[in-house]
Design a protein around this ligand. Structure first.
Ligand code: ZN
Length: 293
């Protein structure tokens, strides 16, 4: 099972988030039919999103991350919630790009230059939105820069997805280490040392370490404060999809009837398909006609 853990170290001057996401990234890969570099890009952003959603207080609060780049992936969209659920998709699911020298998946070039935007829904009324230019498109560095510029919190962000030869996800996870405002020079130096010696997060997950164990292995005094299960979960339903169809005009709905074939709508976030037959479309036309009266 995928899990997320939150911990503190150095007398509460360092805050740590760790998450294992192997299963949920694999679910995203299967749902969207992702190729390796698209899998890695979406998996990295979903891992960060889950950890960032824990930086908010309310359980119903929602975090939306949007990356727009000029690389072949085009865009990445992720919604994560404080309850440990996440969903997301990429502009082009079929990207396979690797570096020539080390054969690692080339997420940076696949994302390209562009912008990273974060919207936090505090409570249905207020939303905070921050945005920064992408540093490298490799995701980890981009979010470290975002935390510095947009939230004034020095952070090290490590995210990774290991893809197997059959394109399935072998290991995926994320780690965020943040310095709290009270951090001393000693805390900063100790943290820099930890970050400099850090193994890639996907390697730690692949070795079988849990989120809790990853945190405990970073600092001598690291303490885990809480742990929760995380998973891929969408909020779409046939009812929600019909709301979308109801925004069509009566003329458009009538032309569906004239075509004489049931129609299929697809959820962007999870690729779930919903069918609407002609009787259901006629019902919508009735509903809209009554509204107009
Ligand atoms: Zn969905």
């Amino acid at each position: 099972m995928d899990k997320l853990a939150i911990g503190m170290a150095r007398n509460n001057n360092v805050r740590i988030y760790a998450v294992t996401t192997t299963n949920l990234v694999e679910e995203a890969r299967e749902r969207h039919g992702l190729w390796p570099t698209s899998t890695a890009a979406l998996g990295r952003v979903m891992s960060v999103g889950l950890m960032m959603a824990q930086m908010q207080k309310g359980i119903k609060e929602k975090l939306t991350i949007q990356i727009e780049g000029d690389g072949p992936i085009k865009s990445i969209m992720v919604v994560a919630k404080n309850d440990g659920t996440v969903r997301g998709y990429v502009g082009d699911p079929h990207v396979m790009l690797s570096y020539n020298d080390n054969k690692k998946l080339a997420v940076g070039p696949a994302v390209g230059n562009g912008v990273l935007k974060v919207a936090r829904d505090m409570n249905l009324k207020t939303a905070f939105t921050g945005s920064v230019e992408l540093v490298s498109g490799e995701i980890g560095e981009d979010f470290a820069y975002y935390f510095m510029i947009s939230e004034q919190t020095p952070s090290a962000v490590s995210v990774g997805v290991l893809v197997d030869t059959d394109n399935s996800v072998m290991a995926a996870g994320g780690l965020i280490i943040q310095l709290m405002p009270g951090a001393s020079e000693e805390d900063i130096v100790a943290t820099e040392k930890v970050v400099a010696n850090l193994k890639p997060i996907s390697e730690l997950v692949n070795e079988g370490l849990s989120a809790k164990e990853i945190i405990e292995g970073l600092f001598d005094d690291a303490k885990v404060l809480g742990e929760k299960a995380v998973k891929f979960q969408c909020e779409c339903s046939k009812d929600r999809m019909s709301q979308g169809l109801l925004t069509l005009s009566i003329d458009d709905l009538n032309s569906i009837i004239e075509d004489g074939e049931e129609i299929e709508t697809v959820c962007n976030f999870c690729n779930e398909k919903y069918m609407f037959d002609l009787d259901e479309i006629r019902g919508m036309i009735d509903e809209k006609t009554n509204q107009d009266r």
